[in-house]
Write a protein that binds this ligand. Structure first.
Ligand code: PEP
Ligand code: MG
Length: 582
């Protein structure tokens, strides 16, 4: 057969090579027929029975979760149990049987399709992707109805372990766990996105996966040889022997590299000349702390608290309450076991849209976002400040404020923090009285007026993502100008190097928490500029540590100084590449 390539969304990295095991969705085989009036209650009972069976099936999976199962898996199974108990699934299909005389499978599929269509309308991507959970629950009930066994692929001993790649329209997180036990090496689904639960579990289990590969389960045939390149989101079907050899080599290299990196978890993060470098993690939810701890992070350098405010369409209250926020912050600080947690106050607006306020600005990135929005909504801001302060009684918390540019914004923010403290004191609620307060340096105006910040604050963190966006005047989410987004533009390097140098001279703590901090091509450049604190996605931490361990500041500092005097792009790129050879 001829080889062809399919493209999807890369959700879990690494290369997997194996034969396709196609899972046919039960929904495809559903029979549609009308039942006689006197059979209606029997049909209702049949569906109820299947729902009960799936309940106990989920309970069994939950009870038997292996100790090393990803932390979120239990929660995802709970979500499925909740969906199953919801009247939309547990009662509506019964009504459909009674009112339309549909057979149980037909009634269930009708209701699932109806619900899916409603979810399709939701703007929030996270919530929209929850449609998959409903379909997965429906799929389980259908399997219970039709009596088709839970599809557990058998491994052909002759083929060796982990040589099977599961191809499905969709796979539920619970099923993935079962597949892991039956040794499969990767999976491909027709649907799904970055935030689908299946993708999240794949990342935690560290299984190469590509989702959203339209029609994969139709185009790929049972037993086809497949390659998943989980980093690129590419699937090669029926590869030629030359391609197969190339990927086998790449796979072996990746496995070797990752094994080596895995050994660095407990290695102290020191440069060759003995300088200690702090490596912190960026998180979006308290549960991400587990990954941070696992990678050996020294703490959380950026907790993007806005994620607690997003995707709340289904909640009675659009904004998380003080208690709800407090519980999340406390959970993070407890999970980090005494390592500092830097909580950034709400950075909503622009690319992180709000559910509670319509975005009408023509240039939202230059509009009422982040601290600007917080200062214009003092009640909302006060709620968050109180929650953060309350959590600081349970472990070391630092408070980081995004998008500051003006002295009066810093002063107003500090005033509000002082007010929050006074309120708590009055109410006899505990908090850390000397909780450090810092600013994100992500607007060029801030980088150029650092003394204003140093005088008023305890620490600084450079948000290179926005600093680059605002310096080069390119919208970071507009793909038409994506090619202009360049961390090595001399203007960006100037702002970075001067900011780091001025902070170092003033003796104020400074870190970088934008994507640059997790990019190993940039590690030596930032070290050479004098940076000693990096905050990044936990998955990048060990690779960056590896760079740190092989860096000699005595060599990097003079070499970097020369780079900051260059203007020609080609010369800068080459010089930065050379740093990695030093
Ligand atoms: C940044 O701007 O670099 C940053 C870390 O914040 P965010 O990506 O959340 O805007
Ligand atoms: Mg930012």
């Amino acid at each position: 057969m001829t080889s062809f390539t399919l493209h999807g969304i890369p959700v879990s990295r690494g290369i997997a090579i194996g034969r396709a095991h196609i899972l046919a969705p039960a929904a495809l085989d559903v029979q549609h027929y009308l039942i006689a009036d006197d059979q209606v209650e029997a049909e209702v009972a049949r569906l109820q029975c299947a729902i009960t069976a799936v309940h106990s099936e989920l309970q069994t999976i939950w009870n038997e979760l292996p100790k090393d199962a990803p932390a979120e898996l239990g929660a995802f199974i709970d979500v499925h149990a909740l969906i199953l108990s919801d009247p939309m699934i547990s009662e509506m299909p019964l009504d459909i049987i009674r009112s339309r005389n549909y057979n149980a499978e037909w009634a269930l599929v009708t209701q699932i399709e109806e619900l899916s269509a409603q979810f399709e309308e939701i703007e929030d991507t996270y919530l929209r992707e929850r449609k998959a959970d409903i379909q997965q629950v429906g799929e389980r009930v259908l399997k219970a109805l039709t009596g088709s066994a839970n599809f557990l692929p058998k491994v052909d001993a002759a083929e060796g372990v982990a040589s099977m790649i599961v191809v499905a329209h969709d796979i539920s997180p619970a099923d993935m766990l079962q597949f892991r036990d039956s040794a499969f090496s990767g999976f491909i689904t027709d649907v799904g996105g970055q935030n689908s639960h299946t993708a999240i579990v794949a990342r935690s289990l560290d299984i190469p996966a590509t989702v959203g590969v339209s029609n994969a389960s139709v185009l790929i045939e049972q037993g086809d040889w497949l390659i998943i390149d989980g980093d690129a989101g590419v699937v090669v079907v029926a590869p030629t022997s030359v391609v197969l050899d190339q990927y086998r080599e790449k796979q072996a290299r990746q496995i070797r590299d990752r094994k080596k990196l895995g050994k660095l978890k407990k290695t102290p993060s020191l440069t060759i000349d003995g300088t200690a470098i702090t490596l912190l993690a960026n998180i979006e939810f308290p549960d991400d702390c587990a990954h941070a701890m696992d990678a050996g992070a020294h703490g959380i350098g950026l907790f993007r608290s806005e994620f607690l405010f997003m995707g709340r369409t289904g909640h009675a209250h659009k904004l998380p309450s003080e208690d709800e926020q407090f519980e999340s912050y406390k959970k993070a600080v407890i999970a980090m076991k005494g390592r500092p947690v830097t909580i950034r106050t709400l950075d909503i607006g622009a690319d992180k849209p709000m559910d509670f306020a319509e975005q009408t600005a023509l240039n939202p990135a230059l509009g009422l976002r982040a601290i600007r929005l917080c200062l214009s909504e003092p009640q909302m801001f006060m709620t968050q400040l109180r929650a953060i302060l309350r959590a600081s009684a349970f472990g070391p918390i630092k408070l980081l404020v995004p998008m500051l540019a003006h002295a009066f914004e810093i002063d107003q923010t500090l005033l509000m923090i002082a007010q929050a403290k006074a309120q708590l004191r009055e109410e006899k609620i505990k908090f850390d009285p000397i909780l450090p307060i810092g600013a994100m340096i992500e607007i060029p105006a801030a980088a150029l007026t650092l003394p204003l910040f140093i005088k008023r604050l305890d620490f600084l963190s450079i948000g290179t993502n926005d600093l680059i966006q605002y310096t080069l005047a390119i919208d970071r989410v507009d793909h038409e100008v994506a090619h202009l987004y360049n961390p090595l533009h001399p203007a960006v390097l100037y702002l970075l190097s001067t900011t780091i140098a001025i902070a170092a001279k003033a003796g104020i703590e400074i870190s970088v928490c934008g994507e640059m901090a997790g990019d190993i091509q940039m590690t030596r450049l930032l070290l050479g500029m004098g940076l000693r604190e990096f905050s990044m996605h936990p998955s990048q931490l060990l690779a960056v540590k590896n760079e740190v361990l092989n860096s000699d500041l005595n060599v990097l500092i003079p070499a970097t100084r020369k780079i900051t005097r260059l203007y020609e792009p080609q010369a800068i790129t080459e010089a930065v590449e050379r740093l990695r050879l030093l």
